[in-house]
Design a protein. Structure first.
Length: 307
């Protein structure tokens, strides 16, 4: 594989999008330049379709250090449009790779990487499972720690008020009863509203650990991902389900009956073999690394002239 010298990563600030783009950039290039681009109205609503006049509003946000980049990498609808504009107005012969459904088939995007659960088909699309993330075997070895006490991690996304009103308290109590001798650590999404955060905080016991926002200190998500013996994760987040599955921990889904999304249901079915029952603690074979699969089992490198 011949890596590009430089990749230009476009981001509107969505952390999940940024992680996917950077993960791919590290796999394809020796270095990358992260470009944070703020798209003003009305283009933020019209992208990636209508781009007339966009350059006048975003041109000054680009750094000069990425001018010679061979790759442009974007994730999300807004950055699909920004990447299209940048390629058309770049002096270099850069290839544009877009992650996730751009909303339409654009011939000027060289490669579109689409999650299998989205079921979108474009003539130049390559599919992958779940999300692109950096949590491979090497990462887990580097972040493993010796622990004095077994740990149960609860990764709580944003499964909706109905789940919290009807089922969450019972799930939490059952976890406590089944895993009495374990250290319990709940890590929640910053997307949770203040009311839900307050509800969760009111249920936690003094001996249990909690992270819901920056007021609780550093986010322990990655530490828990690398070291938890058992992970419970709410089924609203495909990213968290996929990343939990990349570990060797026993993984059980919460709130799966409260997620009506068909694409979420398709993803859950695709990893059913990786999941454990509620009380299961057996170590499991991690899900395959999606980045490695893209590099080894598709023609991505050939299309980007990196083969």
């Amino acid at each position: 594989m011949n890596k590009a010298n430089m990749a230009r990563v476009l981001s509107e600030g969505t952390r999940g999008h940024e992680i996917q783009s950077i993960t791919l950039a590290k796999a394809l290039a020796h270095q990358y330049q992260l470009e944070h681009i703020t798209v003003p109205a009305p283009w933020r609503w019209a992208l990636p379709y209508r781009m007339m006049g966009l350059g006048q509003r975003i041109r000054s946000q680009f750094s000069e250090s990425g001018v010679s980049s061979r790759l442009i990498i974007s994730t999300g609808r807004q950055m699909a449009g920004v990447g299209r504009w940048l390629k058309k107005n770049s002096p270099s012969e850069a290839k544009h790779v877009h992650i996730l459904n751009p909303g339409y088939y654009f011939q000027d995007i060289d490669v579109v990487l689409v999650p299998q659960h989205d079921r979108h088909r474009y003539p130049n699309a390559i599919t992958f499972r779940g999300n692109l993330h950096p949590f491979n075997n090497q990462w887990f070895k580097q972040h493993a720690r010796i622990q004095n006490k077994a740990t149960i991690a609860l990764f709580i996304g944003n499964p909706g008020n109905t789940y919290f009103k009807q089922q969450f308290k019972a799930d939490l109590q059952r976890i406590r009863e089944v895993f009495k001798s374990f250290k319990l650590f709940l890590c929640g999404s910053p997307r949770l509203n203040h009311e839900t955060q307050g509800f969760i905080r009111g249920l936690m016991k003094p001996a249990e650990s909690l992270w819901l926002d920056v007021c609780d200190g550093d986010n322990p998500y990655q530490t828990l991902l690398a070291n938890a013996d058992k992970i419970f994760v709410t089924a609203d987040s495909i990213n968290m389900m996929n990343e939990a599955g990349a570990s060797s921990a026993a993984v059980t889904l919460l709130a799966r009956d409260y997620i009506p999304s068909k694409k979420h249901q398709r993803f859950m079915q695709s990893i059913e073999y990786r999941l454990s029952d509620f009380e299961g603690l057996d170590k499991a074979q991690p899900l395959p690394d999606p980045v490695k699969e893209l590099l080894e089992n598709t023609d991505l490198l050939k299309r980007l002239e990196l083969a």
